[in-house]
Design a protein around this ligand. Structure first.
Ligand code: DUT
Ligand code: MG
Length: 588
C-alpha cells in the first residue's frame, strides 16, 4: 500500500509514458526557446544599434541583420507549434491515465465485500471517482508541466545570465533561497487545509446524495426545511474551508511578490552601475531586463504549484486507498469450479457469526440440513438474524465459527462467482434498475428468451399486472423501481431470482407485501418450477411456512424450534403461538 503517489501515477501512465516524456522535453524546449527573442534582440542592439561600429555594420552586414530578424520570426513560429503539440500531449496522457484509473477503481468497488459498503459512504466513494480523480489528472496535465516550465525557464535564463555577466547573475540568483524558504513554510501550513477541504467536499456530496435518494422520506416527514438547513451547513463549512485554504497563500503572497518585484529594481540599480562602469553592454542590459520576468514568474508560480500539489496529495491518498483495497472474501487457492448444476443440499454445522463492527454475535451455533429440493422456512421476530443467516450462504459474509456445506463440500472450497451464480436471491430490500421490466427480470441471464421471461413472471404471479401496464414488459421502471408498488417490485425481484434457474433459491421476506391470494398463487408457482431447486424462505406468515419440509424458528440468533408444521404445533412453543395469533383460533 505504501507506494509513493508519484510512482503510482507513473504506473498508471502505462502505454503513454514515452509520450509523456516527449511532452516534458517539449516543455523544456519551448521554454528554452523563450530566450530567442531577447538573445537576438541583444545581438541586434549590440551590432547594429548601440555598438561602436553600429552604423558601418548596418551597411556591411545587412544580410546578418535580416537573417537575425528572420530567425527570430521563425523560431517564434516553431515555439508556438511546440506549445500547441505539447498541450495536446498533456491532455491525451492525462485523460488516458484517468480513464485507466477510473475503470480500475470501478472494478475494484464492484468486487468489494458487503462489509466494505457499510464502512464507506456513497457520497465519499462518488467523490473519489469524480473530484479526487480530477485532482489526479490536474497533477499530470498541469502541476508537473508548470514545474518543468518554471524550472526550464529559470535555469535557461540563469545560464544565459551567467554567460553574459556572472556577477550580476549571481546577485539575481541569491534571491532564490528566500523564495524556497517561504514556499516551504507555506507547504507546512496549507497541507492540512487541503486534507480538511477534501473531507468537507465528501461530506457535502454525501449530504446531497443521501437526500436525493431519500427524498421520499424527506417529503413524508415534511423535513425539506431541515434538510436544506443541514445542506446549507455543509455547504458553508466547505466554502469556509475553501476560503481559509486560499487565505493561507494570501499570507505568504506579499513576501513572494515583494521578492519578485525587487528583481527589476535590483537590476536597475546594480545593472545600471555595471553599465556605467562598462562591465555590461547596452544589449546585455536589454537582455537582462527583457528576461527578468523569466526569473520572477517561476517564483510567483511556486505558490500555486504547491497549492495544487497539496490538493493532489490529499486526493490521491483517497484514490489510492480505494485502488489498493482488497476484498477479504476471495477464492481460496485450489477452489473449484462448479461443473453442471449443484444438487442443492445445504448443511450448517455449528455456525456462529458476528459482524466485524459488533461486540456480540448475531448467530449462535446454527446447525441444520436442507436436503436437495427441500423447502426450508425460517421464521423469527425482527432482528433475530434471519437475513444475516442467509447472507452466509452466498458468502457475503464468512461465519466466525463453524462451516457451511453445499452438496457435501465446504462453500469456501467453491469459487465465489459460480457459487453465487447457482443461488437465486430475492433480497428483503428490493432494488430494481432503471431499465425495462424485461431487462430487470433477465438481469442475471441476458440471453433468456422473451417467453422464458414471461414464464418466470407467471411463477411469480407478476404476469397479470405486467401485461396490464401500457407497454407490458417494455415498461421502464424508474430508479429503485419507482412507479411500482411494493408487492409488484417484490414479484419482479422474485422473477429475476428465478430467471437464472438457480439450484438454491433464497427468498428474504419476498411475499411480505403481497396479498394472501397472490401469495397463494406464488406458492403454487414455486411448487411447480420446471427445474429442481432447494428453497430457503424467510417468512412471517404461517400460510407460507406450513408446507415447508423444515421450519426453523430463530430467536436471538439461536434455533429454538425445528421441525415440520405439525411437529412444531405439538411443541406448543413460539411457532404454536404465532399460528394461534395469525389464525385467530384459541386452540388448534
Ligand atoms: N446487523 C448488523 N450489521 C448489519 C446487519 C445487521 O450489526 O450489517 C445486526 C442488526 C440486528 C442483527 O444484526 O440486530 C440481525 O439482523 P438481521 O438483518 O439478520 O435481522 P432479521 O432477522 O433479518 O430482521 P428482519 O426481520 O427485520 O429483516
Ligand atoms: Mg431481514
Amino acid at each position: 500500500m505504501k507506494k509513493s503517489k508519484l510512482r503510482w501515477l507513473w504506473e498508471n501512465m502505462e502505454g503513454y509514458r514515452g509520450l509523456y516524456i516527449l511532452g516534458i522535453f517539449g516543455t523544456l524546449l519551448y521554454n528554452v526557446l523563450q530566450l530567442t527573442v531577447p538573445f537576438v534582440t541583444q545581438q541586434i542592439i549590440d551590432l547594429f544599434l548601440s555598438g561602436e561600429n553600429a552604423a558601418s555594420n548596418l551597411e556591411t552586414k545587412r544580410s546578418l541583420f535580416f537573417g537575425l530578424i528572420a530567425a527570430m520570426v521563425l523560431l517564434t513560429l516553431f515555439r508556438v507549434t511546440v506549445v500547441y503539440l505539447d498541450c495536446m500531449i498533456y491532455e491525451k496522457v492525462s485523460q488516458a491515465a484517468l480513464y485507466r484509473i477510473r475503470n480500475f477503481l470501478y472494478n475494484k468497488m464492484q468486487r468489494q465485500d458487503m462489509a466494505f459498503y457499510s464502512v464507506y459512504r456513497t457520497g465519499d466513494l462518488m467523490t473519489r471517482l469524480t473530484g479526487d480523480l480530477d485532482a489526479v489528472r490536474h497533477m499530470i496535465a498541469w502541476v508537473v508541466r508548470t514545474i518543468i516550465e518554471s524550472f526550464a525557464l529559470y535555469s535557461a535564463t540563469m545560464i544565459y545570465f551567467f554567460f553574459m555577466n556572472w556577477k550580476l547573475a549571481l546577485i539575481m540568483l541569491m534571491m532564490s533561497p528566500i523564495i524556497f524558504g517561504i514556499i516551504f513554510l507555506f507547504k507546512k501550513q496549507v497541507a492540512p487545509k487541503h486534507k480538511l477541504l477534501r473531507e468537507k467536499m465528501a461530506t457535502l456530496n454525501t449530504a446531497a446524495q443521501e437526500n436525493i435518494s431519500g427524498n421520499r422520506v424527506v417529503k413524508a416527514f415534511a423535513k425539506e426545511e431541515h434538510e436544506i438547513e443541514k445542506f446549507d451547513q455543509c455547504n458553508s463549512e466547505y466554502s469556509k474551508t475553501n476560503i481559509e485554504t486560499s487565505f493561507v497563500w494570501l499570507r505568504f503572497f506579499p513576501f513572494v511578490e515583494t521578492v519578485a518585484n525587487l528583481m527589476p529594481v535590483i537590476l536597475l540599480v546594480i545593472g545600471g552601475l555595471f553599465l556605467i562602469n562598462d562591465q555590461l553592454t547596452m544589449g546585455e542590459y536589454a537582455a537582462f531586463s527583457g528576461l527578468i520576468w523569466a526569473i520572477a514568474n517561476p517564483m510567483r508560480n511556486m505558490g500555486n504549484v504547491m497549492n495544487e500539489f497539496q490538493r493532489f496529495d490529499a486526493a490521491s491518498a483517497k484514490v489510492m486507498e480505494l485502488y489498493y483495497a482488497e476484498p477479504k472474501i476471495v477464492d481460496l487457492p485450489g477452489a473449484c469450479d462448479i461443473e453442471g448444476r449443484l444438487k442443492g443440499k445445504i448443511e450448517f454445522k455449528n455456525v456462529s457469526f458476528r459482524y466485524e463492527d459488533a461486540d456480540i454475535p448475531v448467530l449462535h451455533d446454527i446447525s441444520f440440513t436442507a436436503e436437495a429440493g427441500q423447502t426450508i422456512a425460517i421464521m423469527g421476530e425482527t432482528g433475530c438474524g434471519k437475513t444475516s443467516l442467509i447472507n452466509l450462504i452466498p458468502r457475503f459474509y464468512e461465519p466466525t465459527e463453524g462451516e457451511i456445506y453445499i452438496d457435501g463440500k465446504n462453500i469456501r472450497d467453491y469459487k465465489i462467482q459460480p457459487l453465487r451464480k447457482s443461488i437465486g436471491l430475492a433480497t428483503q430490500d428490493v432494488l430494481l434498475y432503471s431499465d425495462t421490466i424485461d431487462g430487470n427480470i433477465a438481469y442475471g441471464d441476458a440471453n433468456i428468451s422473451a417467453d422464458d421471461v414471461r414464464k418466470f413472471a407467471k411463477y411469480s404471479a407478476a404476469e397479470d399486472f405486467i401485461s396490464k401496464m401500457p407497454e407490458g414488459y417494455d415498461t421502464i421502471v424508474g430508479e429503485r423501481g419507482v412507479g411500482l408498488s411494493g408487492g409488484q417490485k417484490q414479484r419482479i425481484s422474485l422473477a429475476r431470482a428465478l430467471a437464472i434457474k438457480p439450484s438454491i433459491l433464497i427468498l428474504d421476506d419476498t411475499t411480505s407485501a403481497v396479498d394472501l391470494e397472490t401469495e397463494k398463487t406464488i406458492q403454487e408457482g414455486l411448487r411447480h418450477l420446471d427445474f429442481d431447486c432447494t428453497k430457503i424462505i424467510i417468512a412471517q406468515r404461517v400460510s407460507t411456512t406450513k408446507n415447508a419440509d423444515l421450519i426453523l424458528v430463530l430467536q436471538d440468533g439461536r434455533i429454538t424450534e425445528a421441525g415440520t408444521h405439525e411437529q412444531l404445533l405439538s411443541k406448543r412453543g413460539y411457532y404454536y403461538d404465532v399460528v394461534r395469533l395469525q389464525t385467530g383460533e384459541e386452540d388448534i
